[in-house]
Ligand binder design. Sequence first.
Ligand code: ADP
Ligand code: MG
Length: 273
Amino acid sequence: MTQRLQTFRHDSSGGIHSVPSHERRPVLELKGAERYYGETVALHPTDLAIAEGKTTALIGPSGCGKSTMLRLMAGLITPTAGSVLFNGRPVTPETVHAIRRKIGYVVQEGGLFPHMTAAHNVTLVARHLGWDPGPINARLNNLLQLVGMTSDHLARYPSRLSGGQRQRVSLMRALFLDPDVLLLDEPLGALDPMIRYDLQEELRAIFRKLQKTVIVVTHDMAEAAFLGDTIVLLKSGRVVQHSTMGDMLALPANPFVTAFLRAQRAVPQPEIV
Ligand code: ADP
Ligand code: MG
């Protein structure tokens, strides 16, 4: 097996980024991107490159700017300063609509419309774009298989689905137009532990099958390590480290990284007598 060579790069926000020697072309990039809400700095000037075809886990304490970063990448908000690039081209008011169709986005809490059936939620944008019923049904069946659901589920309103089923429907909706990039904001945050465990397995299998560029937000380090090829750790609106989990353990950028890793409690093991 060939050894992966790693180099390290300091960015403008002071974080350490490990860069694999065979780094792929970035699909999404933040270049000095900064975002204020009134007086609040949600994101300090940040440089970040998201590699193509990989899963990046975005993690950090509540309020550290994870959702802000995802909304900037989805083109839903604009940076106060700096820029967001998609496939090397800046996201501008002129390009944002075309780019948004190439990005599937699942908002925190799933964001399904409660007054529409699951099927209507999933097909909403395609119908708006004038797709014919034939291709819509073909795509629906394809996605049902992918997420392991049946057409019976799709006839229901979101309130008649379980939390895990709602997340699957949100994922189908985000994937409907076959986007290049999938952004998921805490997709498993509201689920109970056993359903969460199963869905983590399913999501990872789906990401591997689709080979898309995925950015998934979580506040759980084990989940980030399980789903992410690389991890971006944020603190107070700054990237603290962007690296593999192995590098975070072996080469933490600062004491916060180690403290954050330690703050995840493991299940006690039974004592062997
Ligand atoms: P996270 O997703 O990591 O919990 P957010 O990106 O939602 O964090 O928020 C980062 C910071 O920006 C927080 O201080 C939050 O209160 C603030 N913020 C986020 N969205 C808004 C908004 N629409 N209006 C005002 N402040 C906001
Ligand atoms: Mg959030």
